[in-house]
Write a protein that binds this ligand. Structure first.
Ligand SMILES: O=C(O)CCC(=O)C(=O)O
Length: 275
């Protein structure tokens, strides 16, 4: 029963870090609290994007090949080789990506939204291939992986301009405050809404921006109706003392500390870059 954690629920409990923000304005921190998301413009230079994209293109090509070689029709869980791929925990394979996840902007961002002791929780490239007519369904990131404290931070980093034509994120502002929603598995991935929710906002973002949102913010991405790949690197951060929570067959809570040194390393220790 791999997904019994969906029976777990949690409320929105984010506490604003007490220290003086290093990078974010109060308005953006308020937006995170009240709306559950914001767009941070021009976070990364073209040089940084180029080196990250080079690594991701190489590793994503391996994912696509692996899916085609091993799975009928190239379909495995939410991956469909010719439509959308998820290449996860790439920091283990790439020092360039591991360095990127400790980029000074990301360190400042996690300081301002999480606090002084923060780990990388997850990283994955999501490539939405040309002519993919399927949306990626509405979900909270907690709908896939349930951790406590609930609130972890997702940075959705477009490597090409993400538009309404090629599958930019859409969010429902404010709904993160409802806590964890119930998710059902569909052919395309977990889904937390019957039909289209009210109040949806599209969040187009340019290469080098970051769409910052809470793991409790419901989001979806649209189809890619263009003739080029929509490339995103998603990096997620959590407080140092986070645990992963699941239920066993008897319905008992199983807590596992988060902290694989290769994939969930510290990005901030006592407010400073780890040595
Ligand atoms: O980038 C996408 O198209 C969807 C990915 C996503 O929402 C996620 O991995 O949580």
């Amino acid at each position: 029963m791999p997904y019994r954690h969906h029976e777990l629920r949690s409320e929105f409990t984010w506490k604003r870090p007490q220290s003086i923000p290093r990078y974010l304005s109060e308005a953006l921190i308020d937006a995170y609290d009240e709306q559950g998301f914001f767009l941070l413009k021009n976070a990364f230079s073209a040089d940084v994007l180029k080196s990250v994209t080079g690594e991701l293109d190489r590793l994503e090509a391996e994912t696509t090949q692996m899916l085609k070689d091993n799975f009928e029709g190239g379909v495995m869980f939410i991956n469909r080789a010719d439509e959308i791929t998820f290449s996860a925990q790439l920091v283990k394979q790439s020092p360039v990506l591991a360095d990127f996840c400790r980029h000074p902007i990301l360190q400042d961002l996690v300081h301002d939204l999480i606090g002084p002791d923060v780990r990388l929780y997850w990283d994955q490239a999501v490539y939405k291939k040309p002519g993919n007519p399927s949306p990626f369904p509405w979900h909270q990131d907690n709908g896939y992986t349930f951790i406590e404290p609930q609130q972890y931070l997702t940075c959705w980093i477009p490597l090409v301009d993400a538009t309404e034509e090629n599958g930019c994120p859409h969010v429902v502002p404010g709904l993160h405050r409802e806590g964890t929603l119930h998710h059902e598995f569909t052919d395309l991935g977990f889904n937390c809404f019957d039909g289209a929710p009210e109040g949806v906002v599209a969040v187009p973002a340019m290469a080098g921006d970051i769409v910052v949102f809470s793991s409790l913010t419901p989001h979806a991405t649209g189809p890619n109706l263009t003739d080029s790949v929509r490339k995103t690197y998603i990096v997620q951060f959590c407080p140092d003392d986070c645990v992963s929570v699941s239920l066993n067959d008897k319905g008992e809570r199983i807590e596992t500390p988060i902290g694989n040194p290769d994939t969930q390393f510290h990005v901030l220790t006592n407010g400073a870059a780890p040595i």
